[in-house]
Design a protein around this ligand. Sequence first.
Ligand code: ATP
Length: 252
Amino acid sequence: MPIVVQHLRRTYGDFIAVDDLSFNVAPGEIVGLIGPNGAGKTTTLRSLAGILRPTSGHVLIDGHDIVEDPIEAKRRLAFMPDEPHLFEYLTVEEHLRLVARLYGVDDFERRSRALIEELELTGKERSLPGELSRGMRQKVVIASGLVRTPSVLLFDEPLTGLDPIGIRRMRETIVARGRSGASVLVSSHLLHLVEEICTRVIIMDHGKKIADGTVAELASRADLTAAGSSLEQIFMRVTGHDTTPPGPAEQP
Ligand code: ATP
């Protein structure tokens, strides 16, 4: 199993940001990680990527513990954060080349050309980050993660800041990686897109997992049938923001 999370807990001082979180992601699965602001999604993704050390619990990437065996684990994953931090003095093409060298990617020229085209960065190969828009910088971060072929892809809000064409392209990019067998975990507040591209959804609130399943499974869960069948309706219900009256089955 490429992603195994066992009883993950992460605290900041006394505050528990992620609490007893367990889940797995199989090859080819695209799992949406959703939840209200502050639910613990970014903390979870950063813990999986080995940027934050879990307070307790375990994260295994392709069987390698992210704390005990970080080099082997990180070799197999790419984390694409929502804040596009880039090297100010490297061009778009040089960012991809740097990652390719660090990870020993063969066939760099072909892969880089294909990614630049796929993510619509054509014409910007020689631009520095300061000469790019925010959405373009976001695409460079994502292209840098995809220039190698990790078995685990972690996307934090990959669609924020992209234009409608960029959103459509990114959707296709994520779905294509899932089809080719990667295990994908993607956090987003754009629930209709999550519903469209994800094979499964995990809903978090206050650091805890409060729902996990396909949208159809969640919609047919006994306590959620009255909420409705869209992910947005399910989200409102499980996070306690649903204003629709309970269905007949729930009335006393
Ligand atoms: P959003 O949807 O707003 O991006 P999120 O689900 O990604 O939210 P996190 O960024 O993981 O949430 O934050 C979870 C909780 O942990 C929040 O209450 C946040 O204030 C807290 N938190 C995050 N980083 C720190 C930190 N460095 N120090 C203290 N508390 C933090």
